[in-house]
Design a protein around this ligand. Structure first.
Ligand code: ASP
Length: 358
């Protein structure tokens, strides 16, 4: 048996091969991560997970960090997942309770973020309905942020956790066909997957209600093909089913959720993963859903217990992946400051007579 604990301890700054996160002040898009970085995150998340399975407590790699969770939209999985990962890693956590905060007095998100930054926290994990990343970064000054779901844009840590689940299923995404089914237009989970999965070698196809398949705010690559739902379900190795984002629908579309093709039973028959479609899927397929699931809407309730429907595993994997990401970012950032400190110290020790102007 391999004791993996030693595999996830600090490995020094020599292995830094990635982009400079400190100068970018955080992670808001999967586009910021190289394929090598994603492999490292998968490796790390697996090591944390295996340690836990062997009863080895997580190494407190986040000790000394104070991290604020600032969720301006409801969340169960993502918030608790970040919180669990942070506590496992030994960080101190500040959970902004929006319902008891000055947001209720009309204070805006930027002002709240600026306040968190003024409290000298090390990192802010942000979820919002809005999508003005530039404004949040400006409000936070030099304090880094992690995107925990920005409106319809992206949800990078959900996508990373799902990538771990998919790698566990096959070992590689190369050549796999992955279908994304449902409300592509408003889903930030789709926003991240549509960027990330093709870079990892998968072919991505989409299906769902015709008028929810495009992303006017974030145009799709030409390589993403649309398929009728029945054809899509038959063709894929993995199906990522999305939640209908009712909170983001226009009044006209919302009306169809009360009476029309988006009402529960009609949705399941027209666009959802029902028993009939399930029977037509490949025998080795897996099914994912980021949650919360709308049973008998997006997926037939009876299918949720199937071993290849991996909704619970996604939650577990997402938490280990977040721990992997947080520890990795902390290392990246400390390596950068260690590096700039050593350059600084080097200059201080220079002989002034050399008259080096910098
Ligand atoms: N929990 C995910 C999110 O916050 C998926 C969803 O809510 O549809 O985006």
């Amino acid at each position: 048996m391999t004791f993996l604990k030693y595999d996830i301890t600090w490995r020094g700054c020599g292995i830094m091969t990635d982009i400079a996160f400190r100068s970018l002040n955080g992670l808001w898009s999967v586009d910021q991560l190289t394929v090598e970085a994603i492999s490292e995150l998968v490796r790390r998340a697996r090591a944390f997970r295996a340690d836990h399975a062997h009863g080895i407590p997580s190494v407190k790699l986040l000790q000394g960090w104070t991290v604020a969770l600032a969720f301006f939209e409801p969340s169960t999985r993502t918030r608790l997942s970040f919180q669990t990962a942070l506590l496992r890693g030994g960080a101190d956590v500040l959970d902004l309770d929006v319902a008891r905060s000055s947001v209720q007095k009309g204070e805006n998100i930027e002002e709240t973020l600026a306040t968190l930054s003024a409290l000298a926290v090390d990192l802010v994990i942000v979820r919002t309905r809005d999508e003005d990343i530039a404004a949040y970064r400006e409000a936070l000054g030099g304090t880094p942020l992690i995107n925990a779901g920005f409106g319809r844009r992206e949800h990078p840590t959900q996508a990373l956790g799902d990538v771990l689940t998919l790698y566990d299923a096959w070992g590689t995404l190369e050549g796999k066909v992955i279908g994304i089914l449902g409300d592509i237009r408003h889903s930030r989970v789709a926003g991240s997957h549509l960027r990330l999965l093709p870079r990892l070698g998968a072919r991505v196809v989409i299906g769902g209600p015709e008028d929810l398949l495009d992303r006017p705010h974030d145009p799709l690559s030409e390589n993403i093909k649309r398929l009728p739902v029945d054809a899509l379900v038959k063709e894929v190795d993995a199906l990522i089913v999305l939640r209908l984002q009712k909170e983001r629908l226009s009044e006209a579309i919302l009306q169809r959720t009360r009476e029309g093709d988006l009402a529960p039973q009609q949705y399941l028959q027209a666009y959802g993963l029902n028993e009939r479609r399930w029977q037509t899927m490949r025998s080795e397929r897996v099914v994912l859903h980021p949650g919360p699931v709308w049973p008998d809407g997006e997926i037939a309730r009876s299918l949720l217990k199937e071993p290849s429907v991996l909704v619970r595993k996604q939650v577990t994997d997402g938490m280990w992946m977040r721990l992997a990401l947080l520890t990795w970012l902390k290392e990246q950032w400390s390596c950068e400051s260690a590096h700039s400190m050593s350059v600084d110290q080097a200059f201080k020790t220079l002989d002034p007579s050399l008259n080096m102007s910098v």
